[in-house]
Each structure stands twice: as C-alpha cells, then as structure tokens.
Design a protein around this ligand. Structure first.
Ligand SMILES: Nc1ncnc2c1ncn2[C@@H]1O[C@H](COP(=O)(O)OP(=O)(O)OP(=O)(O)O)[C@@H](O)[C@H]1O
Ligand SMILES: [Mg+2]
Length: 462
C-alpha cells in the first residue's frame, strides 16, 4: 500500500502532541487526521476507514482504552498503538489485551514511531497480499466444494460449469469416493434451478419395490403398509434436480420404468392411475462400468443413451496426486473447524506416505485417514505414526532380491485393497477392475483370505 493510502488518526487531548506528531508523520508521507478527544475519534472511526490509530491513554471523557475497545468492533483491521505518559505494566497489559498492537511511552523519540509505523504498514500489506493470493488460488482451484488443480479435473470443472447451464441429463462416472455426489450438488447450485430442490436417491440401498415407491410415490392402499398417499422423489424434485446415485445397480423393471419417465417426463404413482408430470433435471451417478454392463446385457442400452447425454468422468485420486497436498490442506481446515481443533500441517515423511498410497477409496478415504490422524495427533503437526497407514504396497513386498516379482506386487496390492474394502469382495473386485470370480481365483492363487491377510497354515475355525 502506498504511503498516502495509509491513513493515520492521532487521538490526544494535548494540542502540542497532535501537532508535532502529525507534522512529523506528514513528512513521512502518510495521510493524517487528528481528534482532540475520544468522542470525536469514535465519530471518525465510525465514518472513515483507518489503517492506524495512535491513541493517548489518559483523556478526559472517553479514555484511550474505551476508544480502543470500540475501534476493535468498528474496524478490526485498523492497527492501534497506545501512547501513555504513565507506563505501568497494568495499563500496557490492559491495552494489549484489548488488542493494541503496541504502546509507546511519552515522551518518545519520533524516529521510533516512524520505524514502528513502517513495520506495521509492511505487515499489513503482506497480510492483505496473502489474503488476496489465497482467494485467487482458491477460486481457481474450486468448483463450489470441489477442489482440484489437476488439468483433468480443471477440464471436468469447465464441462460441469457449461453443463450446469443446460437442462441436459448428466451421467457422473467414477470410483467410490471421487466426489460424484459433490459434483452433482455443485452442478445444481450453479444451474438456473439452484433455487429449486436438490433431491438425492441412492438406488442401491433399497429393494426393487421400495425403490419404486421411493421414486414415484404411492397411493393410499397401493400395498400393505401404504396407509397414506406419499409423494415420490420425482415429485419432490419438481423444479429442481434429482440425483440418482448408484444407477448401475437398479433392476431390469426399474430400468424400464426410468426409461419411460426420461422419455416423456410422465409417470404414475404406485397403485395410481393419474399421470403425473414433473419438471426435473436428472443427474445420475455410478461407480460401475456401464458400457460393460450394457455389453453383458445387465443394463438397458436405450436407458444408457438416455442417461449418457453429458458424461462426466471423475478420475481416481491416484491419477491426480498433485491434488493431494491441496486436499490435505483443505481437510485440515474443514475438519479442524468441525472438530474445533487446529492443525497446521503434515510432517514431510507423513506427506510422503500419503503420496505413496493407491487410495482405492479415493478422496473419501483420504478424508477419513486425516480425520483419524487429527484425533490422535498430539501436536499441531500430523506425524507419520498418526496416520495409522501401512507402508505402501511396493515397499513391503517381501523381496528375495531387491525388488519383488510382478506376482509379489499383485499379491500385495490385492491384499491391501481387500483390507481397505473390509473384506467386501464385490467392492474389492470393483476397485481392482476385475470380476468376483477372477478375484476368488487370485485369492486361491496367492493364498489370501477375504480380509487380505495371508492364509495361515492352521486356519482358525471361521
Ligand atoms: N475434489 C474434492 N474436493 C473436496 N472434497 C472432496 C472432493 N472429492 C471428494 N471429496 C470429499 O470426499 C467425500 C466423498 O465424496 P462423494 O460422496 O461426493 O463421493 P462419491 O463419488 O459420491 O462416492 P460413492 O461412489 O462412494 O458414493 C466427501 O466427504 C467429499 O466432501
Ligand atoms: Mg456417492
């Protein structure tokens, strides 16, 4: 900030002090104003912006401490320096407690004041620059709540921003934890429908009949237990966005039902005969490979094309490791606020270990690892041991020689994915990109158990 733009208000009941100080500081090139008492000072603080307040402690009427206290509320950014002829520890402590930057004991050397102000101005400029810089960085790396600086994700953000403006159906593809739901919410928030509802349905969580009535609603008496008429998610999302999560998991019958709604935006409640029209934008998501599902006949091709109008693919975290430090910083901040704990950083070796992971659970897994680490960390910095992570698979490959064979690497990778999946074979197979039968074959080949641990020679009874 230029010197003229540094505005200093001198508050002192003694005219000689006001005049000599303003003459001195004017010579330094600052913009100056004076106030002979607390009332006048506060009136000017209320009306104008100040960089620095030089306030005499003892004044008749409203004294320096009160001016200071009020100014903290009115202009927290303005730096306050207290001047006092009665330097007692008590008053100094009181002033610092209220938030004074420093205090000067009268009579003081104006040279000392000049130096102090120079220091303050430089610091303020740095703080402002930092705030600005962070804002610029964050804006560039953000799409609503999604953060990324990797070029692939930047392209995803661009596509999503453009798609948000249209009404077209979007299909979000990506592994578990890559941010599919976050992206759907961001698109909704950036769309002309943002004032309307965002309704999410997890298609995998319910049985066929339940999902049907969840989506389309039902009439009273449509089935046992249907005591009242209920609106479905399609109706609830009217005027907004309907997020159909895990669309790859729906049954053949529901695929057909959905196809019909997507074709003409009409449907019937379960047990109903009234045709209902809704205005919804559909965003579907899946971590399944839908083209494969279409090829093997488990997913309708016509529905696939209806959904796949604008496909958006979210790459796995391991393919964009340059995002990891940024995400770590983001989660330290976000989780810190949630947990009311402040952690500043991750130790270098711990960051190295994070970078060496394969992250089958992607960003969600990273968030979980950091959350756990933040609970156990004792200091301000997350240490290697706080992470509770094993060494990366490559490093703990048992090596007869220096490096393991490809089989060794595969065995260890499978073991680790199984551990991450808590022994859920389907999930592990999906992460590995192989089918369950192949995974079972590999378990046999490598003598691994479902939980990823090696089979013992005398297995405990299960
Ligand atoms: N790019 C990102 N920036 C910030 N947070 C992210 C990002 N991607 C994912 N997250 C966080 O990771 C977690 C998982 O995200 P989300 O639920 O959107 O994933 P998903 O792809 O829908 O996963 P699943 O397929 O398992 O449902 C959330 O806590 C989300 O806040
Ligand atoms: Mg999800």
């Amino acid at each position: 900030m230029s010197k003229e733009r540094t505005r200093i208000l001198i508050v002192d009941d003694e005219e000689i002090v006001r005049e000599s100080l303003s003459a001195w500081l004017e010579k330094d090139g600052y913009t100056l104003a004076t106030a002979p008492d607390g009332e006048t000072a506060l009136a000017r603080i209320r009306k104008e912006r100040w960089s620095l307040l030089l306030v005499d402690l003892k004044m008749p009427g409203i004294d320096g401490l009160q001016v200071l206290e009020e100014s903290r509320k009115l202009q927290p950014d303005a730096v306050a320096v207290i001047m006092t002829a009665y330097a007692t520890v008590d008053t100094a402590v009181a002033a610092m407690k209220i938030g004074a930057y420093d205090y000067l004991v009268k009579p003081f050397d104006p040279e000392e004041l000049s130096l102090m102000i120079q220091k303050i101005v430089t610091q303020q400029a740095l703080v402002r620059e930092n705030v600005l810089l962070r804002k610029v960085l964050k804006r560039d790396y953000h799409f609503r709540d999604l953060i990324s600086k990797s070029p692939v994700m930047q392209a995803v953000f661009d596509l999503a921003r453009t798609a948000a403006r249209s009404n077209s159906t979007i299909l979000v593809l990506g592994e578990s934890g890559t941010g599919k739901e976050l992206l759907a919410r961001a698109v909704h928030a950036e769309s002309p429908r943002s004032q309307g509802p965002f309704v999410a349905v997890s298609c995998a969580a319910l049985t066929e009949t339940l999902l049907e009535s969840e989506l389309f609603g039902h009439e009273k008496g449509a089935f046992t237990g249907a005591a009242v008429r209920r609106k479905g998610k399609f109706e609830m999302a009217d005027g907004g966005t309907l997020f159909l999560d895990e669309i790859g998991d729906i049954s053949a019958k529901l695929q057909l039902d959905l196809l019909r709604v997507l074709e003409d935006r009409h449907f019937f409640r379960v047990g109903g005969s009234e045709s209902i029209h809704v205005d919804v934008r559909i965003i579907a998501a899946t971590n399944r490979d839908l083209t494969k599902a279409v090829a093997d006949g488990s997913f309708r091709e016509d529905l696939f094309y209806r959904l796949n109008v604008i496909p958006i693919h979210l790459p796995p975290l391991r393919d964009r490791l340059e995002d990891l430090p940024l995400l770590v910083e983001h989660f330290l901040e976000q989780l810190g606020a949630e947990m009311n704990r402040r952690l500043d950083d991750v130790a270098t070796d711990a960051m190295g270990l994070l970078m060496a992971q394969t992250w089958p659970g992607n960003v969600r897994e990273l968030r979980n690892v950091l959350e756990r680490a933040m609970v156990v960390a004792s200091g301000r910095v997350i240490q290697l041991s706080d992470l509770g992570l094993r060494r990366p698979p490559c490093a703990d490959v048992p090596s007869g020689g220096v490096l393991g064979s490809l089989d060794d690497v595969e065995r260890h990778h499978i073991g680790r994915v199984l551990q991450e999946s808590d022994g859920n074979i389907s999930q592990a197979a999906r992460t590995l990109g192989i089918d369950r039968a192949t995974l079972y074959n590999k378990l046999r080949k490598y003598q691994l158990r479902k939980d990823g641990e090696p089979e013992t020679e005398h297995p405990e009874s299960e």
